[in-house]
Design a protein around this ligand. Structure first.
Ligand code: ASP
Length: 413
């Protein structure tokens, strides 16, 4: 069993690498592979809505009582905020040191269609949390309202106590069925990720992308990637080890499939089934924790996106020669966090919510145009860190709720 899962992981890893090579050298031909990537992506997306619904109900009904649930919710939000805050600060320190925007060529600065006319506001996101029509939210794969409904449903179901047993059992078993489906879909992942990576790189011009497009905003991309690297490879593993006591290497190895899927799909939501499998099945985190932390995290906990939003906004300011005072930088810190919370777990959602950050300190929206050509690539990198952040928070909450030693006990020991 273990050997099979190692083989699969190796297959997915090779799929990403070969996809990169194929996309780089056979650009236009690689695009024709898109269909295989889309089939894999559709299979994952197909599971997202039932999985979110079922796993949340399982999570809430397993928790036992409302006060325990409140405790879990509070720790989850605390760790989301902590990790996102550290990510933004990392990005802001780097962008202040590297100054990637200074001396930029502004000729490519045009407000992209995607962003122009977006009347994006955080209030709208809040408004959407309570679904007026649950089925509409399901059809649109709008996760936050589904989370709201499932939590409400789960809490009421647990109040039925013994009378609700049949329904609780149904959801527990449905959860197992869906995780089994994830296991089967994952068998096709090596081909799926190969096709996704190859076709996307092919569409971006193959190797040309790395030699021409990326260098144009090379310093900016480097700042984002360096920040993501520090957060993903240093900060999060240290937090994971310090708070949960788990070995970061084993933990990362067990979530690697999810990270590679996140990189290939650029979508935290589409990756969710794989993330659940990695955290619940492979890292043995209790379903009552993962069922709540991961679906919520896929939509609101985005460390990578928050870091990128802050770096991008400061980069635009530097390129336009706009000085940002300390208080403006504090506003960027806050709005980058909000923009990441508001971004959906879908490709390039962060690019759209960046409007919040830019508007908050009066930066020109055209600046986004400079970032467009490389955004699809950075999106994959930040999505990988977003998903990793969710898995780390799941382990930390698991320890705080079920574990014995606390962070403070650990610090004092
Ligand atoms: N694609 C990212 C995600 O799904 C969101 C973003 O930063 O655009 O996590």
């Amino acid at each position: 069993m273990k050997e099979n899962s190692n083989k699969l992981l190796f297959g997915i890893f090779i799929g990403v690498i070969l996809g990169g090579i194929f996309g780089a050298f056979f650009g236009p031909q690689a695009v024709t592979l898109k269909i295989f990537g889309d089939l894999f992506l559709n299979a994952l997306k197909m599971l997202v809505v039932p999985l979110v619904f079922v796993s949340l109900v399982v999570g809430v009904t397993n928790i036992g009582n409302i006060s325990q649930f409140g405790k879990e919710g509070a720790w989850t939000i605390f760790f989301y905020m902590l990790t996102t805050g550290i990510a933004v600060i990392t990005g802001m320190i780097l962008v202040n040191i590297i100054q990637p925007g200074v001396g930029m060529d502004l000729s490519t600065a045009l407000t992209p269609d995607k962003v122009s006319g977006t009347d994006y506001s955080f209030i709208k996101v809040l408004e959407g949390i309570i679904p007026a029509n649950l089925f509409k939210s399901m059809v649109e794969m709008d996760i936050l309202p589904i989370i709201f409904f499932a939590l409400f449903f789960g809490i009421c179901l647990s109040q039925l106590e013994a009378k609700g047993k049949v329904v609780v059992d149904f959801f527990n078993q449905a959860n197992e069925v869906i995780l089994k489906m994830v296991g089967y879909i994952l068998l096709t992942a090596p081909v799926g990720v190969f096709a996704l990576v190859a076709a996307r790189l092919g569409a971006a011009g193959g190797a040309h992308f790395f030699t021409n497009e990326l260098p144009r905003v090379g310093k900016y991309s480097l700042t984002v990637i360096l920040g993501l690297g520090i957060h993903g490879a240093i900060t999060l593993p240290i937090l994971l080890w310090a708070v949960s006591g788990r070995n970061p290497f084993t933990y990362i190895k067990n979530v690697l499939e999810a990270l590679l899927t996140a990189f290939s799909t650029a979508s935290s939501s589409a990756t969710l089934p794989v993330t659940m499998d990695a955290v619940e099945v492979k890292n043995k985190i209790s379903p009552k924790i993962s069922g709540f932390v991961l679906p919520l995290g896929a939509t609101i906990n985005m460390d990578g996106t928050a870091l990128y939003e802050a770096v991008a906004a400061m980069f635009i300011a530097q390129a336009y020669g706009i000085h940002l005072s300390a208080s403006a930088q504090v506003i960027i810190f806050l709005t980058a966090t909000l923009a990441a919370i508001g971004a959906a777990g879908i490709p390039q959602a962060g690019l759209v919510t960046m409007v919040i950050v830019l508007k908050s300190v009066g930066l020109p929206l055209e600046g986004i145009g400079m970032l467009l050509a490389v955004d699809w690539f950075l999106d994959r990198c930040r999505t990988t860190v977003n998903v990793f952040g969710d898995t780390v928070v799941a382990a930390m909450v698991d320890k705080r709720i079920d574990g014995k030693a606390s962070f403070w006990q650990w610090l004092r020991s």
